[in-house]
Write a protein that binds this ligand. Structure first.
Ligand SMILES: [Zn+2]
Ligand SMILES: [Zn+2]
Ligand SMILES: [Zn+2]
Ligand SMILES: [Zn+2]
Length: 394
């Protein structure tokens, strides 16, 4: 199975002109700028505030023709406390797509005449000049359907963002004709996550091979664990009591996970759907526990597509490393956290217009201890984590 990895990079000037960006944070860039998403689709069930963009990914499909351009949008609540609940309450994912023949985009004639082969990848697209983008919320970039009641010049998705803008600086500026000052702009910027480009690269084949080899080794009858004792595996300091506790389980999925990502530790996304290897792909789970149930049953974690009844399939996952790019305080116990976010979508990319809700599931590390140590290691603060895993000699 070929997996494409996504990495976060700083935005440059050129990125501002990108029509189909893949990115973390910032405001959404809508595939159909005439129909931005309405706020009522992304209200957090916990705090009732609008969620903000976590990331968007341009993931076009050859089939059906209506998915020629295709973008996935992931929204999450900014309030860390809301993430103590189920992912479905504080996270959303939407699919938006357009056929090649559409009223929005045309081939950018001036840009690809130097190309030898007329590969689709070489075509540069541009928004048709006559396309009139819909007004957006100045805070978050969702559909701006409410105006400032005084100046009527600023638009918002919700009263919540109107209030945030008012206290953030619009109170002083309203009706004055002045543009936002730097402090006001910074406050607005902090309402959304910092923007980064997602660049992609195929996963080194070695990563898969090593993880599989390890997985098979440890899949034996349990007698032969290559000299690894429960004590070696315990991620907590082995107090007398703990060391004797033979029920300290090795979370095999976590070890496979760790093994597989160590060659590319900065990956923020794993994209697993590909035309070359049809059929459902498996996520890289971070734990043996908490795997989502998939089924036709509407109560399954991953139910069938509500539109066409096809069983949803795994498409991509968001890695814990993405948390490093969100400027959130990972030490705060109420901060946003995950082991991995798994995104399941309709394999037929059914429907054409609007925003089709898909499914996002969160899997946590099996123990808080593993997650924290893992994140610290990712932050470059080793604190014995890597050494501990090296010593396992796996
Ligand atoms: Zn919330
Ligand atoms: Zn808004
Ligand atoms: Zn105003
Ligand atoms: Zn469907």
């Amino acid at each position: 199975m070929v997996v494409t990895l996504g990495y976060a990079e700083a935005v440059d000037e050129e990125f501002g002109r990108e029509v189909f960006p893949s990115k973390i944070g910032g405001k959404p860039r809508w595939l159909d700028p005439t129909r931005p998403l309405a706020v009522d689709r992304v209200v957090c069930d916990e705090c009732t505030k609008p969620m903000v963009l976590l990331m968007q990914l341009y993931a076009p499909e050859d089939e059906p023709a209506s998915a020629f351009h295709r973008t996935l949008y992931v929204f999450i609540c900014r309030n860390g406390a809301c993430h103590k609940t189920g992912a479905k309450r504080c996270m959303r994912v939407f699919r938006s797509q357009l056929a090649e023949d559409n009223s929005m985009y045309e081939e950018d004639a001036g840009s690809n005449d130097v190309s030898d082969d007329n590969d689709d990848d070489d075509i540069t697209w541009a928004l048709r000049p006559q396309v009139k983008a819909a007004p957006l919320c100045v805070v978050c970039g969702l559909a701006g359907t409410k105006g400032c009641s005084k100046c009527r010049a600023r638009l918002y998705c919700s009263r919540d963002h109107q209030l945030a803008d008012w206290s953030g600086g619009h109170r002083e500026q309203c009706g004055s004709g002045k543009t936002d000052n730097a402090a006001h702009r910074r406050k607005l910027q902090r309402m959304v996550f910092p923007e980064h480009v997602i660049v992609s690269e195929e996963e080194p084949a070695q990563a898969q091979a090593e993880a599989e080899a390890f997985d098979e080794d440890s899949d034996d009858d349990g007698e032969d664990t290559e000299g690894i004792t429960a004590e070696d595996m315990a991620l907590v300091p082995a107090s007398g009591e703990r060391a004797e506790d033979s029920s300290v389980d090795v979370d095999r999925a976590f070890l496979v996970f760790q093994r597989r990502i160590q060659l590319s530790p900065d990956q923020v996304i794993r994209y697993a759907r590909s035309a070359e290897s049809p059929g459902p792909s498996e996520p890289l789970f971070v734990s043996d526990d908490g795997r989502p149930s998939i089924g036709a049953d509407a109560n399954a974690d991953v139910p069938a597509c509500e539109k066409c009844s096809a069983a949803r399939e795994f498409e991509l996952q968001i890695m814990p490393q993405m948390l490093n790019f969100l400027s959130i305080d990972s030490v705060d116990p109420a901060s946003i956290d995950w082991g991995t976010l798994l995104i399941y979508t309709c394999p037929k990319s059914c429907g054409s217009a609007g925003y089709t809700g898909e499914v996002i599931c969160r899997q946590n590390f099996s123990s808080q201890g593993i997650g924290e140590k893992f994140m610290r290691a990712m932050h470059g603060d080793d604190s014995g984590f890597t050494k501990q895993f090296d010593s396992l000699n796996i």
